[in-house]
Ligand binder design. Structure first.
Ligand SMILES: [Zn+2]
Length: 224
């Protein structure tokens, strides 16, 4: 789903668990795109075609999967990561993740190649990044979880930190409730028009508008 010239949201609407994916268009040289969290190839229980659906939706928005120049994984859970290897092997898109999630990744049996280890701060790649993006480390759901902030678009891909009226689990391996609170406070400070959540839970997970986003953060903070 195209939100504007630069922002595309791929909301999972299957019955099995899978993440939402987001595409930041034209950020990389040569009009290449960044895809965040490609999700499952096939979902584990109902065998829904996560990968096929994603590629179909990207192409129906007039974009080419061959123009994906980088895949960023917000964290190492299989429902966010699985398809990265397929995109990498078919189209050569390098895959980036924070090193602090490598332990969790191994625990889940992850075998995908991680080409780039993300650091907190402005996204720095070998190839030029045309419009600066910020990698924000937000542990709590997992130790090396990152959010991707695009300041010029006021857009944040938050992964499994915040959802519509809820937050990510902190009871999985490497989860940390205290860290989660700090992470949510950190994200709530950002200037946002688009909040992209890692899952569609009772809502597509694409929250638009400064006020709606602030309200959502306020509601989540009340839980703590
Ligand atoms: Zn997760």
């Amino acid at each position: 789903m195209k939100l504007n010239q630069s922002l595309y949201a791929y909301v999972w609407n299957g019955n099995d668990n899978n993440c939402n994916s987001y595409l930041f268009a034209g950020v990389l040289a040569g009009n290449k795109h960044i895809l965040i969290d490609p999700g499952h190839i096939v979902t584990p229980y109902l065998h829904e075609d996560g990968y096929g659906r994603l590629v179909e939706e990207i192409e129906s928005d007039g974009l080419k999967v061959t123009d994906i120049g980088l895949v960023i994984l917000t964290h190492a859970h299989p429902d966010h990561v699985e398809a990265s290897e397929k995109l990498r092997s078919l189209y050569g898109a390098p895959v980036a993740m924070h090193k602090d999630d490598l332990g969790v990744y191994k625990m889940y049996g992850g075998k995908n190649t991680i080409d780039i280890q993300l650091e907190e701060g402005v996204l720095n790649l070998a190839a030029p990044v045309l419009s600066p993006l910020e990698i924000i480390k937000v542990p709590g759901h997992s130790p090396g979880h990152v959010a991707v902030y695009w300041p010029s678009q006021k857009a944040l891909a938050a992964g499994d930190v915040v959802f519509y009226r809820s937050m990510g689990r902190v009871d999985l391996p490497g989860g940390d409730e205290k860290a989660m609170k700090v992470s949510i406070d950190k994200l709530a400070e950002l200037d946002l028009q688009y909040l992209f959540c890692g899952h569609a839970y009772m809502h597509p997970g694409v929250i638009q508008g400064k006020e709606a986003i602030k309200k959502n953060f306020d509601l989540i903070k009340e839980y703590f």
